[in-house]
Design a protein around this ligand. Structure first.
Ligand SMILES: Cc1cc2nc3c(=O)[nH]c(=O)nc-3n(C[C@H](O)[C@H](O)[C@H](O)COP(=O)(O)OP(=O)(O)OC[C@H]3O[C@@H](n4cnc5c(N)ncnc54)[C@H](O)[C@@H]3O)c2cc1C
Length: 461
């Protein structure tokens, strides 16, 4: 027998959690369950983060991406209060509405202990960028820090526990679009629940599952953009004129050679480069602790070149995975690190050259040659952008600047929806990164709140 709920939320990331929070706040007594593929937050364990292993051991469920609190759990917790970047919600809602929901989500996080400190945009720095044909996105940014972000999410989940049922280690395998029966596997046993309303909040980790579900249920999908590139690591002092003032410089550049956009983002001051397991493919990312004792000498940021595919190509996610997979192949299942100087000189960074580097790597990646796995076009764009960035932060294109590859950001296919309700699937919604409409904590949170309000409005009627 399937247990029956008013609402079932698939995915316990920030989008799903904010939906649950708002639904229970506005509708006390509502029966609601959250089904999460990964473990409970306090059981999430990444051997690399815990310093038990230097390399990814390919856990059956990647604790960086999956588990209660979602992909944000071990994130740096940069909370962007802007519509300039972080997703595409303004394609569906007015900028004022998006900001209002971002602020509301921030208020909820603050009530669970998140900092109130905000970094403000800086016009002088923006002007400096423009002088060198670089374009800086302006936003208010909060930096929760990996440690404090984890604690805030723990408290948010703790507040929900008495009010709803949280079923972790429950991998949803199917949803019947007519009966709303949600099938999942827990400890090898297939189970199900039924709900009047279902919300898919599956994040990037659920991209494959959700796309296949859409295809099986004849829901049209749209998907074309992919960002491929590297994680750049250098001495923290190189970017401190920016980071001290605005915390996170987000800068884009249009290459002269191809006219492509390359973006610098996900900046982590005095942070660590980390490896993540994206459905079996190792990619790179970065984070930074707020705790002084855990800070490093280096800062890191993502530098990714954007490609928008056109007809007939329909598999941008697979494209990015294949590029990242090549780096895994060359490095024996890991990720590569190369000094910029070696890349420019057309030679591999080997152990000896890496030991000679004045920038000490924070991730134990395999020294190698990125030009053997990254497409020329993306690599050219990255090198050109590094030289452009060097004009505003001298030292960026130093010989010993470290490039880790491959980092890619692919965005889940976007299902056809009407106000986030999936086409032809009454009372089934798709939100957040998994629906291809957001790519940040703040927009995923805002999306969760918005859809919860929409469902509450319907319930009240
Ligand atoms: C290392 C890292 C650092 C980041 N840093 C930042 C940052 O500083 N600032 C920022 O704004 N953004 C950051 N991001 C991005 C941010 O984490 C995401 O944009 C945000 O978490 C998206 O929220 P979501 O709820 O849509 O999805 P997620 O947080 O991805 O949550 C989705 C959840 O659904 C679960 N799920 C998937 N499939 C199933 C299934 N079949 N059954 C049950 N459950 C399923 C997953 O396990 C996951 O827990 C970072 C991401 C990573 C990986």
């Amino acid at each position: 027998m399937s247990k029956k709920y008013d609402v079932a939320i698939i995915g316990g990331g920030i989008g799903g959690l904010m939906s649950a929070y708002r639904l229970l706040e506005k509708n006390p007594g509502l029966s609601l369950c959250i089904l999460e593929k990964g473990p409970a937050l306090t059981k999430r364990f990444c051997p690399i983060i815990a310093k038990k292993s230097d390399v990814c051991v390919s856990c059956p469920s990647c604790s960086i991406m999956e588990g209660m609190a979602g992909a944000g759990a071990f994130s740096d917790g940069k909370y962007v209060i802007s519509t300039e970047y972080g997703g595409w919600l303004t394609e569906f809602l007015s900028p004022e509405t998006v900001i209002r929901y971002i602020e509301e989500a921030d208020g909820i996080l603050v009530s669970f202990g998140a900092t109130t400190e905000r970094f403000q945009p800086d016009n002088e720095l923006k002007k400096l960028c423009i002088m060198h044909d670089l374009h800086m996105n302006q936003a208010q940014v909060k930096h929760l820090g990996t440690d404090s972000n984890f604690e805030t999410m723990r408290k948010l989940i703790q507040s929900l526990e008495p009010k709803c049922e949280i079923i972790s280690e429950a991998c949803v395998t199917d949803v019947n679009k007519d009966s709303h029966q949600v099938f999942y596997i827990k400890k090898g046993i297939e189970k199900s629940v039924t709900a009047d309303t279902v919300i898919f909040a599956v994040g990037r980790a659920g991209n494959d599952f959700f796309s296949k579900w859409c295809l099986r249920n004849s829901v049209p999908l749209q998907n074309k953009q992919v960002d491929v590139g590297v994680r750049v690591e250098l001495p923290a002092m190189v970017w401190e004129d920016f980071s001290k003032k605005i915390y996170e410089p987000k800068i884009w550049y249009r290459s002269k050679r191809y006219g492509d956009i390359t973006r610098m983002f996900c900046f982590n001051e005095r942070g660590n480069v980390v490896m993540e397991n994206a459905n079996g493919v190792m990619t790179v990312n970065g984070h930074a602790y707020r705790d002084e004792a855990r800070k490093t000498e280096n800062s890191n940021f993502a530098l990714l070149s954007t490609t928008n595919f056109t007809q007939p190509f329909k598999a941008p996610v697979e494209y990015a995975r294949q590029v990242a997979y090549l780096a895994n192949l060359i490095s024996g299942g890991s990720v590569l690190v190369q000094r910029l100087g070696d890349l420019i000189n057309g030679r591999r960074t080997d152990e000896k050259r890496l030991r000679a580097s004045t920038t000490r790597p924070t991730l134990n990646a395999v020294p190698g040659d990125l030009s053997l796995c990254m497409p020329k076009r993306q690599l050219d764009n990255i090198i050109e952008t590094l030289y452009a960035l060097n004009e505003i932060a001298p030292g960026t294109s130093n010989h010993d600047t470290l490039l880790y590859g491959v980092e890619c950001k692919y965005y889940s296919a976007r299902p056809k929806c009407e106000d986030f309700e999936i086409d032809g699937c009454k009372d089934i919604y798709a939100i957040g990164d998994g629906a291809g409409v957001t790519r940040s904590l703040s927009q995923a949170a805002a999306n969760g709140l918005y859809v919860a309000d929409k469902i509450s409005g319907r319930l009240l009627k």
